[in-house]
Structures are given as C-alpha cells and as structure tokens.
Design a protein around this ligand. Sequence first.
Ligand code: S3P
Length: 436
Amino acid sequence: MKKETIKPAKYVSGAAELPGDKSISHRYAMLAALAEGTSELRHFSSAADCRSTLDCLSALGAAVKIDGNTVRVTGRGPRGLKSSWRALDAGNSGTTMRLLAGILAGQSFSSKLTGDASLQKRPMKRVIAPLREMGAEIRGREDNFAPLEIRGVKLRAIEYQVPVASAQVKSAVLLAGLFADGMSTVTEPARTRDHTELALEEFGASIEKNGRTVRVHGLAGANGSGRLTAKSLEVPGDLSSAVFFIAAASLFPDSNVLLHNVGLNPTRTAILDVLAEMGASIQMLGLKSARGEVVGDVAAKGASLKGGVIAGERIPLLIDELPMLAVLGPFTEEGIEIRDAAELRVKESDRIAALAENLRRMGAKVEERPDGLKVAGRGAGKLRGAEIEPRGDHRIAMAFAVAGLAAEGNTVIRDAECAAVSFPAFYAELNRLAER
Ligand code: S3P
C-alpha cells in the first residue's frame, strides 16, 4: 500500500487538469452500449470506477475501444447485450452496480454482479425492491448485499416513490423502464443529480420531467422510439474532483486556481453556493449549455471562510463534497456542522466515522453524530500533520491531502492510491499546483 506524503504549501496556483465527470461517463457508456452503432465519448473519465463500467459492458458484448481519454463504445441496440459467462465486477463503484442492475433486470438472460469488499457491504435492497416490483428476479446476500444474481424478464412499468434521495436508485428504475411495457414513473423525495434523465434524452429515449417526478417510455411501447442512437459526446470536467482544488485555493490568501470546462449542472453546483455563502472567492465564467449539461470555467482564490451549518434538502445535492467541506471546518471561523447526512455512512466507507477519526488525528475538535458531525473552527487550534487512514475511500484520501497543505508538519496518506477510484492524477496535480 503506497503512502503519499503531503508537505505544507505557501499557496496553490495554476490550472488543474480534471478527469471527465464520473457520473456522466458511466451513463454515456451504458447508454452507448444499448444504442445502435458506435458512440465516441471524448474526455471520458479516467476513474477506476468508470473503467469498471467499461469492463462490465464489454463482458456483456459491447465493443469498447479506449484511446487515451476517448472511448468508443459500439452497441447493437437495446436487445443486443449478451450474457456474460463470468460475474460482472463493479469494483468499488456503487454507480456501476446499481445502474447496471436496472439494465440487467430487463435482459433476456441472467447475470451475476459483484464488487470489492467495500461495495459488498453497501445496501442494494434500495434497487432490488423496485426492480422486483417490475418483475425481475433478484437474489442477494441477506437480500441486501452483492453479489447479486439477476434473472432478467420482460418488465412491467411501475410508479415508484423512491424512499431515499438517491440518483443511483432513480437511475436504476429509469434504465429498467427502457425495457418495460408502457411508461415508468419515478418520484424522488428530494432533488438529486439529473444526468441520467439528460443522457436518456440525448440518446433518444422519450422522457418527461415534472418537478421531482420523471417518466420514461419503454423502448418497445407505442410512444417509445424503439431504439437509442449512437452519439458523439464530450464529457465535462468533474466538479466533484474540482472541489478539492477550489478548497485548497481557499486555504491560502495568495492562491489562484483555474479549472477549465467543468460540469456545472445545477444539480451538482450546491457546493459552490455553500462555499460562496461561507465567503469563498469563486467565479464561474463562460457558462454554456452542452447536450443538456452546463459547462464553464471556474476560478478560485484564497478567502477567509466563515463556516456554518449544512442540512436539509441541500444534502443530496452535495453528498460527494461533504468530506471536503467537513475537513475545511478547522480552517473556518465558526466551524462546520453537517446534519441530515446519514447516507454518508453507506458510501465507499462510513464517511462520518472516517472524517471524525482522521480530523481528530490532525488535532481537530469533532463531535460525531448519527447523521453528521460538528467540526470546531479555527479557535480550536491549527491542524497538525498526521498519518491519515482513508479506509480505502478516495474522497477521504483527497480531502485530507488538501488539509495537509495547510497543516503544521507533514501529513502522510496511507493507501493513497485509492484516489484513483475517481481521480488517478490527483496527487500529481496537487503537487504541481502547490507552491512550497
Ligand atoms: C452518484 C450518485 C450518488 C453519489 C455517487 C454518484 C451517481 O450516490 O454519491 O458518488 O452517479 O448517480 P447516491 O445516488 O446513492 O446518493
């Protein structure tokens, strides 16, 4: 297990290269595999998670060619996938497992979906339940965990109220809905990222949106177009990866960071609003619409952060950014308190426990709660460099690497390579921008 030593920095400056958006990359690849013809996906995410998706799709018979950041996926239409003789391995990726479960539920063959030790501990009942309602036969360990065995059937359309605010659950039902007779309806309890809806539209599926309700027409039905069309698409830069550089910039008065072509879909930018409310200096420039997604440049400078409470309906819209936000707590005036975020306990690690443990290792004052945590601000003292145990979780590793830039003494990130789950070049980019 490789360790990464983070030395304190004076400031961060320059333009960081971001991987393509992870959520969008998964969706484009899956829909390309269900379309007829070859899709060209440029600036496709280099994340290990998206590689897991590509490997699963190729095991299911789609032709996948990777040429640097350009991925070409050739599909043979919605009925063109074939059964895989081996288990499909989603690796560390919840998105791969939950979204593929939706697609596999509607196939005319059986599949087995597995993943790494972390993924095998994450709840799958949330997708098993609606897909069963649609008629699929699914078996899982304790009826909740991978490996999952999915016997695909002719699905029936359902009206589903998602009990938990989860884009992955919404997406699993919408993708299964492509293979159902008639129109499937999904209503979510709070808004979540809408990349699946946008990608479905882009590839030619028939979608209707009304507030927190989305409807998709089965491809075979009267209103369904019957097919999806191969596309040539550019994936925007990953805002969730950009946030580590925006946070790093905010820690030093002399910082000046630029991020080009970042995905700024409004269901993802809540983190920028929260940081701006806390006093961060963030500018969005040259916003344009690209295939339903919004793309623009982001400039971030140093600023004194006030801190505050983050809770309620906002939480699902910045769920992946909460680790970085919590770790900024000791650098803020009032500290940071996160509530209503129990979902953090079932991510790639128990992120609430991982944050509390590692913040304490650096000398922060932390109160851990069932649904969040409260991190004391600057008054509680400066962070000290420490050994960080990221529990195999990419976002924990990256958040503490950023904190290490502004701590006293060196910070060592154990098992540092887990960052490659979403951002393989993270440490190289961070060191390139850090002035020491
Ligand atoms: C994702 C949805 C979120 C997020 C994950 C990616 C997606 O998960 O945490 O990193 O691509 O749909 P949930 O939908 O389970 O909250």
